[in-house]
Design a protein around this ligand. Structure first.
Ligand SMILES: [Zn+2]
Length: 236
């Protein structure tokens, strides 16, 4: 192989043999797993993975309006970083923020977007997730920001999302949902599940009172520990 392992952003089988069809199957499997994990319902979320081979530089993303269980590999849509879609299906209406994240974040090889119930409940109050729990650092900083609202599918929403993701691997979207990115599809999904878990715990704590927040110096210690040995080796 001329390309390094993992460059295209998904877990490579032990043999190192991968192809675009495998990545298409992995995108579908991740979309199904997203719903099975309870962080998304129906067709509201979407999943993508960076794809770069030959002259193609872009990503594969779930199509708009199709149940994940009915997806075949050829239904997953290839979109270039210029925003040109190929194939017989239209890409997710949210392809713009997928495109803009891949264009600006070299650490992103996969993106999960979900309307996760607890994360979205907080986002409907324009609230992100502060450092109420040390695991907030798993998203890369001492909070998970909530991007301001903009209409779904718009460039304005994408701009808000990219800004909210600065220095982070996840963000909430006001009155909408959440985004998680990773080095792999498995990593992006795991982070989305973790963010939803944190949102649920924060939501529950808020029913009793306003939780105290961990100070920035302690969060810096946790972030440093995650950076050195807290990362799952293949989980992003
Ligand atoms: Zn959405």
């Amino acid at each position: 192989m001329s390309r390094s392992h993992g460059q295209r952003g998904y877990p490579e089988p032990e043999s190192g043999v991968t192809d675009e069809r495998t990545l298409r199957q992995d995108v579908i499997a991740t979309a199904l797993a997203m719903n099975a994990a309870g962080i998304n319902r129906g067709k509201s979320g979407n999943v993508s993975a960076r794809l770069a081979h030959g002259k193609f530089t872009g990503f594969l993303v779930t199509p708009t309006g199709m149940p994940y269980a009915e997806l075949a590999p050829e239904d997953v849509v290839a979109v270039t970083l210029a925003g040109e879609a190929a194939g017989g299906r239209a890409p997710s209406s949210e392809w713009r923020f997928h495109r803009d994240i891949y264009a600006t974040r070299s650490d992103a090889n996969a993106i999960v977007h979900a309307h996760a119930p607890f994360a979205t409940s907080l986002a409907c109050l324009d609230r992100g997730i502060p450092a109420f729990h040390y695991m907030v650092a798993v998203a890369g900083g001492d909070d998970v920001r909530c991007a301001p609202y903009a209409t779904f599918g718009t460039q304005a929403l994408s701009d808000h999302a990219v800004a909210a993701l600065a220095g982070r691997k996840a963000c909430l979207l006001a009155h909408h949902g959440m985004i998680a990115l990773g080095a792999t599809l498995a990593g992006a999904l795991a982070l989305a599940v973790e963010v939803e878990s944190l949102a649920e715990m924060y939501w529950r704590a808020l029913q009793i009172g306003e939780p105290a927040l961990l100070p920035p110096d302690e969060m810096a210690v946790v972030i440093a520990k995650f950076a050195t040995y807290g990362q799952p080796r293949r989980g992003g």
